[in-house]
Ligand binder design. Structure first.
Ligand SMILES: [Zn+2]
Length: 116
C-alpha cells in the first residue's frame, strides 16, 4: 500500500510539473514589435510582422523574418549573439556586448520595466 502511495505521488508530481510548464508556455506573451538598440539608444523599432534586414552598423546586421528576429551577422569574437538564434516572444532579447547592440522583442503582456 505504501509503495502505491509513493507511486501516486510521483505521478502527481510529474503531472503538476507538466501542467505548470504548459501554463508558462501558454501565458508567454506574444511579441509584436522588434526594437534594436545601439549604445543604449533605440535606433530601430518595427513591427515583427514586417520582414526586413537592418544593418545596425558595419559590425552587426539584424534580420526579421517570419515574425522572428535574429542577428544574421556580427563580427564579434564570441558570436554569442549570432548563435543565440531567433527570438519571437515579448521580453526576449539578444545582446551583443562587444558591439553594444541589443535586439529586444516587445509586445502585449510584457512586464513593464520602468527606466529613468
Ligand atoms: Zn555579438
Amino acid at each position: 500500500m505504501k509503495v502505491f502511495k509513493w507511486f501516486d505521488l510521483i505521478v502527481l508530481a510529474v503531472f503538476l510539473a507538466a501542467a505548470v510548464l504548459s501554463i508558462c508556455f501558454l501565458i508567454k506573451p506574444v511579441g509584436e514589435r522588434v526594437e534594436i538598440y545601439k549604445n543604449g539608444e533605440l535606433v530601430k523599432s518595427e513591427s515583427l510582422s514586417v520582414d526586413f534586414v537592418y544593418q545596425v552598423d558595419s559590425h552587426v546586421t539584424v534580420t526579421v523574418s517570419n515574425k522572428q528576429a535574429f542577428v544574421s551577422y556580427s563580427d564579434c569574437i564570441g558570436q554569442d549573439c549570432v548563435s543565440a538564434g531567433k527570438i519571437c516572444k515579448a521580453g526576449e532579447m539578444i545582446t551583443c556586448l562587444p558591439n553594444k547592440v541589443i535586439v529586444k522583442i516587445s509586445g502585449k503582456g510584457e512586464v513593464d520595466v520602468v527606466t529613468g
